[in-house]
Design a protein around this ligand. Structure first.
Ligand SMILES: [Mg+2]
Length: 91
């Protein structure tokens, strides 16, 4: 599965804190969809959640003038998942 999400234009009033509130709202929507065995909406709301997290990263990065080395964090994240045995390592 390859999911590439857009970088949104940060709107006035969007903050790290407001994105966390939004994450919780999206999580509640996912929970409702899953409880109702509504896979279509579970997918939609999960994409909303991932997008909100993506936007949170963008807001944090903006506060460092876009200078955060996300490639390094992604590598660190990947290595953590490999260490935990959650993904196969390419030969
Ligand atoms: Mg939603």
């Amino acid at each position: 599965m390859d999911i590439k999400l857009p970088d949104l234009t940060i709107q006035p009033g969007w903050t790290a804190e407001s994105q966390i509130v939004k994450c919780q709202e999206e999580l509640d929507e996912i929970r409702e969809a899953v409880v109702n065995h509504d896979d279509v909406n579970a997918i939609r709301e999960t994409l909303d959640l991932i997008q909100t997290g993506h936007t949170l990263l963008k807001i944090i990065d903006n506060s460092y003038d876009g200078k955060i080395n996300m490639t390094r964090f992604l590598l660190e994240h990947r290595n953590k998942l490999i260490r935990k045995g959650y993904m196969e390592v390419d030969a």
